[in-house]
Design a binder for this molecule. Structure first.
Ligand code: UD1
Ligand code: CA
Length: 454
């Protein structure tokens, strides 16, 4: 079978975004538009992807998170045909060449795969995706003859009044035979209203060589929605969000208020998990079965086991074991490994720490740079004093320790197995096994003090 390669056009400025950031880097559910397009291209079988960059090229290159992408530079934006020419040797005569735009993030792999199939089965020189829209203003129009066969594409600015009445538009997505693309690009000129090299003209040029050219009408117009403004960005985000939420619900996840739940496209959620309203779940987050998340939780690159409750809290780049409860109002910062049946309660911050199974941190604590064992009780107000003003140090708390309320453990320090720390202590030296450590002034009672004061 022929190879498939993809060229993604992303050199334009996108001035209507009114942004310092190039348009294609604007994000939907925490992923840039161009990354969606690259992933979709790869997902439908494109072995190699080339992104044509121009406007703020360096920023676009750096902003793309997908791997294994090559770049071509279009220093001056002289039209879509010119942009494709810049891909140069990437255009392979023996491959099929798919052309996509970096600002159409809603396109799906299934649709593209079908397009490739039609293109190959019918032996087209080029296949373009068209769409029937209510308001075709601004788009290129698909011109057909009386028999309904494709003839050419006329850009809005070059179209006559009658041509402008046509409501079948060019979505800008194509599969070309590599050789036909190369040959037709060589014949392009810029004799048109915009003085640009139009990729759309390649279709007529290929048709004129006797090859079959067809426009396939898209079933779901949403997929070809191009984002040009922030309003359209929000519209595209709505569609993406609905699509993702629907997929999870179909897989057995309860989403109580889908309109108010924002789940990234790479998130994995197990069956019978319930997502309460107001959650943002993003990046490579993986949530197990039978969990309850929310309301109003934010999870970024988190891994939750089964049966976890994650109530009204924030978690970043950390792992949480089975049947652990978090929140409300907890803050799990990066690189925490929290075990099974742990309680991380209200107003608890955990950072860069390991917490063993069955340990409880029920309220108002800071656990930073700490290796905590199993079945520890951290009393209210436990603070791991990890910073000496210059450097961070680690605290070790072994299995079964009881840390009394309002205790400070000044790192580096170790509290050995089974010991108790008296409430209000500031511990600066290692504590051996099975002892009570008290590090605070003794209470004194002054008799007659009130009398004297009077
Ligand atoms: C293009 C099509 C039009 C189609 C419409 C669909 C042409 C001539 N016209 O029009 O038929 O209906 O898309 O949205 O192709 N780009 C570059 N370099 C350039 C010019 C554009 O990389 O020199 C990129 C842009 O960044 C963008 C895409 O190509 O991602 C489309 O460019 P745009 O200017 O939006 O094309 P339209 O005029 O809308
Ligand atoms: Ca456009």
């Amino acid at each position: 079978m022929k190879n498939l390669k993809a060229i993604i056009l992303a050199a334009g400025e996108g001035s209507r975004m009114k942004s310092k950031k190039p348009k294609v880097l604007h994000e939907i559910l925490n992923k840039s538009m161009v990354d969606y397009v690259i992933e979709t291209a790869k997902g439908c079988g494109a072995g190699e992807v080339c992104v044509v960059v121009g406007h703020k090229a360096e920023m676009v290159k750096e902003g793309i998170k997908s791997e294994g992408v090559s770049f071509a530079l279009q220093a001056e934006q002289k039209g879509t045909g010119h942009a494709v020419m810049m891909a140069g040797d990437f255009i392979d005569e023996n491959s099929d060449m798919m052309i996509l735009y970096g600002d159409t993030p809603l396109i799906t792999g299934e649709t593209l795969a079908k397009l490739v199939e039609v293109h190959r089965e019918e032996g087209h020189g080029v296949t373009v995706v068209s769409s029937k829209v209510e308001d075709p203003t601004g788009y290129g129009r698909i011109m057909r003859n009386d028999a309904g066969s494709f003839q050419r594409i006329v850009e809005h600015k070059d179209a006559s009044e009658t041509e402008r009445l046509v409501n079948e538009i060019n979505t800008g997505i194509y599969i070309f035979n590599g050789k036909d693309l190369k040959d037709s690009l060589g014949k392009l000129n810029n004799n048109n209203a915009q003085g640009e090299y139009y990729l759309t003209d390649c279709l007529e040029l290929i048709l004129n060589t006797g090859k079959k050219v067809e426009a396939v009408v898209a079933k779901d117009a949403d997929e070809f929605f191009g984002v040009n403004s922030r309003v359209q960005l929000a519209e595209a985000a709505q569609i993406m969000k609905n699509r993702i939420n629907r997929k999870h619900m179909e897989n057995g996840v309860t989403i109580v208020d889908p309109a108010n739940t924002y789940i990234g496209s790479d998130v994995v959620i197990g069956r019978d998990t319930v997502i309460l309203p107001g959650c943002v779940i993003e990046g490579n987050t993986i949530i197990g079965e039978d969990c309850e998340v929310g309301p109003n939780s934010r999870l970024t690159d988190m891994k939750l086991g089964d049966g976890v409750t994650f109530q009204t809290s924030t978690g970043i780049e950390s792992e949480i074991g089975n049947e652990t409860t978090v929140g409300p109002f907890a803050y799990i910062r990066p690189n925490c490994h929290i075990g099974d049946k742990v309680k991380v309660g209200d107003f608890v911050e955990v950072k860069n720490s390991n917490i063993g199974n069955g340990t409880k941190i029920p309220h108002l604590a800071y656990i930073g740079d700490t290796d905590a064992g199993e079945k520890i009780n951290f009393g209210c107000g436990s603070i791991m004093v990890n910073y000496d003003g210059k450097k961070k140090h680690r605290t070790v708390v072994e299995d079964g320790v009881f840390v009394g309320c309002n205790a400070n453990l000044v790192a580096p320090v170790t509290v050995k197995k089974g010991s108790y720390i008296a409430a209000g202590s500031t511990i600066t030296k290692d504590v051996p096994e099975e002892v009570l450590a008290v590090a605070r002034a003794r209470q004194t009672v002054i008799e007659g003090w009130i009398e004297k004061r009077k």
